[in-house]
Design a protein around this ligand. Structure first.
Ligand SMILES: O=C(O)CCC(=O)C(=O)O
Length: 276
């Protein structure tokens, strides 16, 4: 038994490349975070759209709290050890009856990191079901090299390049259904996808993409991270401040600067660029 995950859950992650469900937030915490998110959207309806989807934890305290949540970090520690850096975050919100989907991809394909240990945490702020477009993962695809991806830029595809892995064997894929407050953890190389939301309610997931060990470095330029737990004894990345340590203006400026750099990285070599 680790800090939060059982030995069986750790073994499942190693075997399949993902583990779920992991209970991390109670009902009050989910209600509090979704209410604070709604308050922002009431005054700025597009605050979490396009580029606003990315790295919101650098500018909003309630997303910062999720990235640094002790239970989330306990589970991540069980997989990568006690020293943990948080790289970036993405809000995956699918509106009621919306066509947005995610094609088969590996998170790490365009992240340019030095080794194979990064872990993505996906926290459900609403129910995540087959009907509303939960993730689907292909077990075992984290073993081996990155698979070839083709850029599609398909309109309803919510990935930056609409990148897609051709020829995934979907016969063994598993649906990652989650209740609000539960999370899944996945290896940066596991192939996964998700469908559109065919329900009348919004589906919201918050992904930390990814948690890394301090020994990991960015292969293309400097890496920018937050210290989430333990110590950084490697100095491979620049440590960013948390939102509470900055003025509001500085926090938003930091988020925008990091988003611009991420965009360069993620669209490197792409034929075109989208608004997110
Ligand atoms: O939320 C989704 O539908 C997809 C999320 C995803 O692909 C990811 O977190 O890596």
């Amino acid at each position: 038994m680790g800090k939060l995950l059982t030995d069986l859950q750790v073994a499942a992650f190693e075997r399949d490349g993902f583990v779920f469900p992991v209970d991390v937030l109670d009902a009050d915490e989910v209600a509090d975070i979704t209410a604070r998110m709604a308050r922002v959207e009431d005054s700025a309806p597009t605050a979490f759209e396009d580029m606003g989807r990315n790295n919101a934890h650098l500018a909003y305290d309630f997303f910062d709290e999720l990235v640094h949540h002790p239970k989330v970090l306990d589970a991540v520690e069980d997989l990568i050890g006690p020293d943990i850096l948080a790289m970036s975050s993405v809000i995956f919100a699918k509106g009621p009856q919306s066509p947005g989907y995610v094609s088969w991809h590996q998170d790490g394909r365009y992240m340019g990191l030095s080794d194979d240990t990064p872990v993505t945490a996906w926290i459900a702020l609403t129910e995540s079901t087959i009907e509303n477009g939960c993730m689907r993962m292909a077990p075992g695809t984290h073993k081996g090299d990155f698979l070839p991806h083709e850029d599609t830029f398909a309109e309803d595809n919510v990935l930056t390049r609409g990148q897609n892995i051709v020829g995934i064997d979907e016969s063994t894929a598993q649906y990652i259904t989650l209740k609000p407050g539960q999370m899944s953890l996945h290896h940066w190389k596991v192939a996964h996808a998700s469908g559109p939301n065919r329900t009348d309610a919004r589906r919201i997931g918050f992904a930390i993409q990814s948690y890394i060990k301090p020994s990991v470095w960015q292969l293309e330029g400097r890496g920018f991270v937050q210290l989430a737990r333990g110590a950084d004894n490697h100095g491979n990345s620049e440590i960013l401040p948390r939102v509470g340590d900055l003025s509001t203006a500085d926090a938003f400026a930091l988020r925008d600067r990091i988003n611009d750099m991420w965009s360069e990285q993620l669209y490197d070599g792409a034929e075109k660029r989208r608004a997110f």
